[in-house]
Design a protein around this ligand. Structure first.
Ligand code: GTR
Length: 314
């Protein structure tokens, strides 16, 4: 079996991640790399470029689609401009809970959205967790959309996110992640939105001390491969890659769950003021975006399928 795997040329693939080396997504991609090395008898391997050294998510996505980069771990939001179906998991208040989101990503709707990326030069290997995103800012706690009126929030590069912040009565500025810290320091933006681990890891909490748990979006991370590279692989190697990606998901989730707890604890110990929020008015104001951004029958059908998977643990 190993001898069969050993046949063929050695292939080292380059991978990108915006996060630093200790972040759960980076560790998961490295684990995925170990699995494919083992399962291919050492022929396939991955070299990771962490910490955003190859550029912003948007730039590296384009490079990946054109075949200049083999593997890329990005959030699904920057894909919104490329593939309309990726708007679906990015919709505000789509998921009732983290468990609901996991069921959808692991199930048929999740797979259908990943498969739709093929026509854009990308192979969707799997989803990784990104938890829930909430708003944080430099001025004071947000309890209702009125509290954020007129403030400027950095968002990821996605029209859906711009629309979401505007629907809440605030202003939105799309910006690369690496520019946010400086933007907060200089007062170019009043706040941003992200999960606990990124808020901590990017050190945004040092400047934006108020984290309000709106949990408005549970847009996942995705692990992608360049279709150009994929098409050159044997069916056997493709299977090794797909299965290894799938097998790296439980590993990632374990790291992720622990990181959410430790990141939250660390920033609160450092003086961050966190508050829970009545999410109903946020949900009400952003609900019209679903119809504005999901415009195909196929898209609406996938939204329905995902809604049907929710409920029991909400
Ligand atoms: C993080 C995500 C990154 C990036 C970042 C951002 O939660 O893991 O891939 O999308 O958010 O806000 O730019």
């Amino acid at each position: 079996m190993l001898a069969a795997c050993n046949r063929g040329p050695r292939t080292q693939m380059f991978a990108n991640d915006t996060h630093p080396k200790d972040y759960p997504t980076v560790k998961a991609v490295e684990y995925f790399g170990d699995l494919i090395a083992k399962r291919s008898g050492g022929r396939l391997s991955i070299k990771m470029f962490a910490g955003g050294q190859l550029g912003s998510e948007r730039d590296t996505l384009e490079i990946t689609a054109f075949g200049g980069l083999d593997i890329n771990r990005v959030n699904i939001a920057p894909l919104n401009a490329i593939d309309p179906l990726t708007m679906i998991p990015s919709l505000p208040f789509l998921f009732d809970s983290i468990d609901h989101s996991r069921r959808a990503f692991d199930g048929a709707p999740g797979r259908a959205i990943l498969d739709s990326l093929g026509k854009y030069g990308l192979i969707g290997l799997c989803y990784y967790d990104s938890g829930a995103r909430s708003f944080y800012n430099t001025h004071g706690p947000i309890h209702s959309p009125d509290d954020m009126r007129g403030w400027k929030f950095r968002v990821q590069n996605s029209d859906l996110y711009v629309g979401m912040v505007k629907a809440l009565g605030a202003d939105a500025t799309p910006m690369a992640l690496g520019e946010v810290y400086q933007g907060l320091v200089q007062g170019v933006i009043d706040g941003a939105e992200n999960n606990w681990p990124s808020y901590q890891s990017e050190r945004h909490y040092e400047v934006a001390r108020y984290y309000s748990e709106t949990q408005h979006v549970m847009a996942p991370e995705v692990l992608l491969m360049s279709k150009t590279r994929w098409d050159k692989l044997t069916p056997g190697d493709r299977e090794v890659i797909m299965e290894s990606a799938r097998d790296s998901v439980p590993y990632m989730r374990k790291l992720w769950d622990a990181r959410v707890v430790s990141a939250r604890k660390e920033v609160i110990a450092a003086g961050v003021k966190a508050n829970t929020v009545d999410r109903a008015p946020f949900r009400r104001l952003t609900r019209p975006l679903w119809g504005r951004f999901v415009t195909s029958d196929r898209g609406r059908e996938l939204v329905r399928q995902i809604q049907d998977m929710g409920g029991s643990d909400a």
